[in-house]
Design a protein around this ligand. Structure first.
Ligand code: DC
Length: 230
């Protein structure tokens, strides 16, 4: 069967990562979580003093080090899931902390960071058989991807999903606050100057407000069949 590249972009908490991971597992493709790469640069910047306590960034200092950063996605032997290694260290846990959440937005807006990561992502994506998710995959990183999907869901639905996830983790959360945070992030993602979140003209929209994961998989499998069996 012909191998293709799949680009998945969309709003935060739209279920992109679980969907992308599942598609990759189903097809035996590589799954690349580009958000993890922005998180890893943020971790590096924080550890090496490029993010000051007043939240200002030393962009020049960080920029000078970017070329020496090595990132590898390697499968975890137990779960089979790809995990991110930064200069040989597994950073999968450390990049998901609240501290990184707080700074990743600012770091991912730096043009030097975007240039470097886009270059790495294009190189990974140059081999077919990849599912990549992020904010600018269909528009900037893999504009030649055969299948581009733009995922979204109503803010209320996304907030409720996130709320349940956090409750399950035992965190104390207020639904209204999560909804407000999602609206704020939607605004920031779509209006930022550098690589704003935007649907590629040839992307298919998947609004999963009323769909479960099985329905989403059935939807995407049909699209994949059309592309790979011709
Ligand atoms: O998907 P995520 O929450 O792990 O992404 C972390 C941050 O990185 C988020 O602020 C958006 C940013 N990001 C980006 O600017 N471009 C991408 N291709 C992926 C993520």
């Amino acid at each position: 069967m012909k191998k293709i590249s799949i680009a998945i972009d969309g709003t935060s908490s739209s279920g992109k990562s679980s969907f992308a991971r599942k598609i990759a597992a189903r097809l035996g493709y590589r799954y690349i979580d580009t958000g993890a790469m922005y998180r890893a640069v943020t971790l590096y910047a924080r550890r090496n003093g490029f993010i000051h306590t007043d939240s200002t960034l030393d962009a020049d200092g960080l920029s000078a080090q970017l070329g020496s950063l090595r990132m590898d996605f390697l499968p975890n032997r137990e779960t089979g899931r790809n995990e991110l290694y930064l200069n040989g260290e597994n950073v999968e846990q450390s990049i998901r902390s609240m501290e990184i959440n707080e700074y990743v937005s600012a770091v991912s807006q730096l043009p030097c960071v975007r240039e470097q990561l886009v270059r790495m992502q294009r190189q990974i994506g140059s081999a077919k058989g990849v599912v990549m998710d992020g904010r600018d995959i269909g528009t900037v990183v893999l504009p030649q991807a055969e299948l581009k999907i733009f995922m979204t869901a109503d803010p209320e639905v996304r907030a409720m999903r996130r709320y349940k996830e956090l409750l399950e983790k035992g965190e104390k959360v207020v639904l209204e606050e999560i909804l407000e945070n999602i609206r704020k992030r939607d605004r920031a993602d779509t209006t930022r100057k550098v690589s704003p979140l935007k649907k590629a003209p040839d992307a298919l929209t998947l609004d999963n407000s009323q769909m479960n994961i099985q329905e989403q998989m059935a939807w995407v499998e049909q699209k994949i069949r059309q592309l790979t069996e011709e």
